[in-house]
Write a protein that binds this ligand. Structure first.
Ligand code: NAD
Ligand code: TYD
Length: 339
C-alpha cells in the first residue's frame, strides 16, 4: 500500500505521517510538500531515514511534478492536507488560498483520474459550515448543515469540497471528505491561537485575544484527527463526508486563562486587541455519523490534551523558537503591531 500525503511537513500532516508509519510498518508513505512558511522539514527529521518514507518537495498546483510523482509511486491512496490554512492570512491576501486550496485540489484529483487510485481523501474543515450563534448551545454542525462560509480561507476549502464531490459524481472518482474542528497538539505552527499563546506566555509577552474573546472553538487533539482519517480511508464509504470534533467547546478567553494558569503566569498578560473581520462566533461538531459508522470518538479530553501540548512546547523549545526568530517576526509585527 502506497499513500501520498500532501502537506505532510505541516502541523496535522506530519502527525498523520508519524501515525501511519508507526501503525502500518508495511505501508509506503510519500510526503509531497511545497515547504511554504508553514512547512518544516525538521519536523520530519525522525522519519527521513525510514526506508518506507520518501519526501518530495513540490507544489500540488504543479501538474508536471504531480504527474511525475504518480508515475514513480503508483499510489493507492492520496490524502490531501496541503493548504494555506490561516484565516487571518486569507483576510490579508486571499489569492494564494484560491490557488493552492482549490486549483491544487483539482490538479491532484486530475492525476488520480489519470493514473487511477482506490481513494482520494480531502482533509476539509468545519469552517465550511460558517458559524453558530452563542445563545444556541443546542445547535451543532452535521454533514447536512448547509455550506455557508465566512472567510476567504473557509470559502476556498468549501470550493475544494464541492469540486471533490463533483469529481465523484461526474467521473466516479472514489473520494471521501473529513470536516474536523480546530486541532491542537505537537508541531502546531505558532501563528494559531494555542501555540501562539503558549509561546508568548513562556516569553512573558502579551496574549492577544481578538475582541472580547467569547468566540467558541471545538478543540480536537491532533492524534484523534489522525485516527479519524485513518478509519475513513480504510473503512469510510466512498462519496461521503464525515464530521469530526471534540465536543469540547471553549471560549478563547478561557483558553488564555488556562494557559496562564498551567504556566504559572499572571492573567494580566491577556490583552484584548481589535477583532478579526467577519469573526466566526462558535463552531461545534456533531460526530454521530463517524461514531455510528466507523466507531470513532475523540479519546483525548481537552483538559489532558492541553497539558500534553504545553509539555511538548516546553520540551521542544528549539522547534518553535527557530520559527519565531525568523520571517515570523515580520508577520507578527504586521498582524499585531498596531492592533
Ligand atoms: P499547516 O498550515 O500547518 O500545513 C500546511 C502544509 O501544506 C505545509 O507543510 C505547507 O508547506 C504545505 N503546503 C501549502 N501549500 C502547498 C502547496 N501548494 N503544495 C504543496 N504543499 C503545500 O496546516 P494544518 O493546520 O496542518 O492543516 C492541514 C489541513 O487540515 C488543511 O487542509 C486544513 O485546511 C485542514 N484543517 C486544519 C485544521 C486545524 O485546526 N489546523 C482543522 C480542520 C482542518
Ligand atoms: P485560529 O487558531 O486562527 O483558528 P481558526 O480561526 O481557524 O478557528 O483562531 C482560533 C480562535 O482564536 C479564533 O476565534 C480567533 C482567535 N484568535 C485570537 O483571539 N488571537 C490570536 O492571536 C489568534 C491567532 C486567534
Amino acid at each position: 500500500m502506497t499513500i501520498i500525503v500532501t502537506g505532510g511537513a505541516g502541523f496535522i500532516g506530519s502527525n498523520f505521517v508519524f501515525h501511519m508509519l508507526d501503525k502500518y510498518p508495511d505501508y509506503r508513505i510519500v510526503c509531497l510538500d511545497k515547504l511554504t512558511y508553514a512547512g518544516n522539514l525538521s519536523t520530519l527529521a525522525p522519519v527521513m531515514d525510514n526506508p518506507n518514507f520518501r519526501f518530495v518537495k513540490a507544489d500540488i498546483c504543479d501538474r508536471e511534478a504531480v504527474n511525475r510523482l504518480f508515475e514513480e509511486e503508483h499510489p493507492d491512496i492520496v490524502v490531501n492536507f496541503a493548504a494555506e490554512s490561516h484565516v487571518d492570512r486569507s483576510i490579508e491576501d486571499p489569492g494564494i488560498f484560491l490557488q493552492t486550496n482549490i486549483l491544487g485540489t483539482a490538479t491532484l484529483m486530475d492525476a488520480c483520474r489519470k493514473y487511477g487510485i482506490t481513494r482520494y481523501h480531502q482533509v476539509s474543515t468545519d469552517e465550511v459550515y460558517g458559524d453558530l450563534p452563542l445563545d444556541r448551545p443546542d445547535l451543532f454542525f452535521t454533514e447536512e448543515t448547509p455550506i455557508h462560509t465566512s472567510s476567504p480561507y473557509s470559502s476556498s476549502k468549501a470550493g475544494a469540497d464541492l469540486l471533490v464531490l463533483a469529481y465523484h459524481r461526474t467521473y466516479g472518482l472514489p473520494v471521501t471528505i473529513s470536516r474536523c474542528s480546530n486541532n491542537y497538539g505537537p508541531y502546531h505552527f505558532p501563528e494559531k491561537l494555542i501555540p501562539l499563546m503558549i509561546a508568548n506566555c513562556l516569553n512573558d509577552k502579551p496574549l492577544p485575544v481578538y475582541g472580547e474573546g467569547l468566540n467558541v472553538r471545538d478543540w480536537l487533539y491532533v492524534e484523534d484527527h489522525c485516527k479519524a482519517i485513518d478509519l475513513i480511508i480504510h473503512k469510510g464509504r466512498v462519496g461521503e463526508v464525515y464530521n469530526g470534533g471534540g465536543r469540547d467547546g471553549r471560549r478563547n478567553i478561557d483558553i488564555g486563562k488556562l494557559i496562564c494558569k498551567e504556566l504559572g503566569k499572571p492573567e494580566t498578560l491577556i490583552t484584548h486587541v481589535t477583532d478579526r473581520k467577519g469573526h466566526d462566533m462558535r463552531y461545534a461538531i456533531d460526530p454521530t455519523k463517524i461514531h455510528n459508522e466507523l466507531g470513532w470518538l475523540p479519546e483525548t479530553k481537552f483538559a489532558d490534551g492541553i497539558k500534553k501540548t504545553i509539555a511538548w512546547y516546553l520540551e521542544n523549545r528549539e522547534w518553535w523558537e527557530t520559527i519565531i526568530s525568523g520571517e515570523y517576526q515580520n508577520y507578527y509585527e504586521k498582524m499585531y503591531g498596531n492592533r
